[in-house]
Every structure is written in structure tokens, then in C-alpha cells.
Design a protein around this ligand. Sequence first.
Ligand SMILES: Cc1ncc(COP(=O)(O)O)c(C=O)c1O
Length: 417
Amino acid sequence: MMRDAANLDRAACEAMDLADPLAPLRDLFVLPGGLIYLDGNSLGAMPKDAAARAEDVVRREWGADLIKSWNSAGWFDLPVRLGDKLAPLIGAGAGEVVVCDSTSQNLFKVLSAAVAMRPDRRVLILEGSNFPTNNYIAEGVAAATGGRVSVRLCEKDAIADAIDETTAAVAITHVHYKTGHIHDMAAITARAQAMGALAIWDLCHSAGAMPVDLNGAGADFAVGCTYKYLNGGPGSPAFLFAAKRHQGVSQQPVTGWWGHAAPFAFEPGYRPQGDVRQFLIGTQPIVSMALVETGLDIHRSADLAAIRAKSMALTDLFIQLVEQRCAGHGFSLASPRAAADRGSQVSFAHTDGYPIMRALIAAGVIGDFRAPDTVRFGFAPLYVRYADVWDAVDRLVTIMDDAVWQSPEHQAREAVT
Ligand SMILES: Cc1ncc(COP(=O)(O)O)c(C=O)c1O
């Protein structure tokens, strides 16, 4: 929504914050003073409860109760219990989601399951410009079929037409990591299934930032991470969704003891669980997994429609302010202009994107850079304020007007961008 430029100033942004129904939730997060954090799409901010939860898991559950905690603290059931908590955020039902492993590993499991479910098909379709791990994992899955299956990479507008009777599965990231473009989950799923293929979704950039309706779309499988908009903490375990109809029917190749029908029977041979636990492999990182719950509890208290409405308003505001106040400085919008087509992030292309982002970070505005030329800003609706958007652009204006980004200390590349 474009606002009247003449009336747009910091006071107007503060007024929007006052009217924001999500505003009280910001107080549930640790946010260092003076910093404007626009990278919650990469690593979400820390819930205030996380430190106490970590201390409890370490001191009491591990330190005092030791191995008893597998039962008494419910450690063994955490993947399923947290999966059930996460399910409503992504339109899944109870017993359809487990929290475990990484997104890359979970994608390997569900892609392999899909390939096994379509033994007469030979193509996996993914988006070429997707976050690379997805396409690398698909290559690995294809290689493991000994040449039966190959990967076909398409760009967004070509995906639907590429799906045909040779397609085993389509594995698409719902919100593009670089541009923020949202794919039509229902349409692509319907097209895939009409052609006899399976539809797999990566929700890394959607879960927690907008309502997602996996079952409404009829999705077959999904994966995603909990460390971005779900605030689970650095490297926190990911999630995996398997539609009820595929559980106990499909097979995934990483057949570890946590996915066994009777893990504590210690049988010599593998027998899969008949439910979503068949997608588990082995022992989980319990400290990290326990922290996922602190983020999920906040999200479960928030209205997803309000999250989406604020996300669209924040990103619209940012685009409008950058285009007005940094006009002539060489930024071009790399995200969809229509809010309905955009996730909770905004990217601009700029030939000097890297030093500009370094200068912004030095000025206390944290976004990130994606090669070759994209500056990316994430707007986590639970803790980013409209006034933050104003202040971030204000600092960007100074960096551009005074050519601050040209100073030598902003040119050197760091290992993680
Ligand atoms: C679309 C997408 N898939 C997967 C990942 C990461 O996977 P992993 O957690 O296994 O490193 C990312 C990380 O940003 C991502 O953007």
C-alpha cells in the first residue's frame, strides 16, 4: 500500500507502531539497543525465554536428572511434540510434522521417498535460482538412483509447463530466498498431481512469516528450518511434513533407529514406524531442540493474519522509502512490487551492494548480501517496528549521500555474507 509521501515521516511511522496489534510481542525478544535487525529471515532474534530454557535443560534436565530425562523431561518425544506445535503454523495436522535434523537432510529424505514412490518416473523439477543446497541435494538423490532419475532446473515461470508424465516430483521453495517471490502452492501442487507427480515444498522463508496451508493445497511433503522466522536459534533442528496418506506407505533411505517401529527392541533388522516418525534417523541435539519451543510458543500466541498484514505493510513501506529517499543512487527493486507476491523480505540490486551492506551494518542496520549484487532485508513482523523501517532508510540515505560505503574498511569480504 503506497502512502502519501508528503505525510510520511518518522512520526507517521510511530503512529503505525501505536496502532500495531503485534507491537507487544516485540518485548518477548532480546534486541540489542540501537541496532535495527533486518536479518530475521536468516537468523531470527532470540526469545527472552530462551536463556532460561537452555539453562534448565542443561542444569536440571541434563546435570541433575541425567539419563532419566529421556523419559521424565520427554526428550525422546520432542520431535513429535514440537512437530505438533508447529503444525498449525503451516496448515498441517497433528501427527504430520516432526522437528529433526537439518533442512538439507530432511529434503534428502523426502525427495528420496518421492523418487521411490514413482519408480516409473525419471525427472525431479526444481527452481534453478533456488537456494543451492536444495538443488545439490536433488543431484545427490538422483545420483543414488544410478541414473534412473535426473534433475531438471527451471526458472519460475517455466515450472508449471515443465511438469509432465516423466516427472517424479516437483520440489519448490515457497518463498524465494533472494527475491522473496511467492510461488502459488495450490496451483503448482495441483498441476504436479494432475500429471501424477508429487509436490514437495521448502518453507524456510515462509514458516512463521505468513499463513501456509499445506493440507489445503494437498501438498505431499514439506521441509523447512526453524532458525529464521521461527526464532529457534542458530542451527536449530528443521522440520519435515509428510501428509498422512504417505505415512507408513513411503520409504526413506536413511533408516536409523529413531525411525524404527520399535526403537528399544533393538531388533537386528529395520522395520519403519507406520507414522511420521519413520522420517526420524537418530539421536537429536536436545539442547538446541528444546529452544525451538520458546520460539514456537510465541508464534502460537500470534495471529497469522496479523503477521501477514504487518509483513506486507512493512515491506511496502521500506520499498517506498528507499525508492523516494535514495532515488538516483542506483538501487533497483529485485523483489516483486506487489505485496501479495512477496514474502517478508525486500531485495534491491546494486552494483556496489557488498560495501553498501558493510557500511549499513557498521551503522547499526543489519541486513545481508547475496552474490553477485543483492542487498537483502528481512522484516520479521513480531519484532520489527515501522519506526525501524524509517530509521534504517535514514541511515541508508546518509551512507549513500555521503558515499560512506566507499571507505576502504567496507570493501573487504567476510567469510559469511
Ligand atoms: C530455501 C532454503 N533451503 C534450505 C536452507 C538451509 O538448509 P540447512 O539448514 O540444511 O543449511 C536455506 C538457508 O537459508 C534456504 O534458504
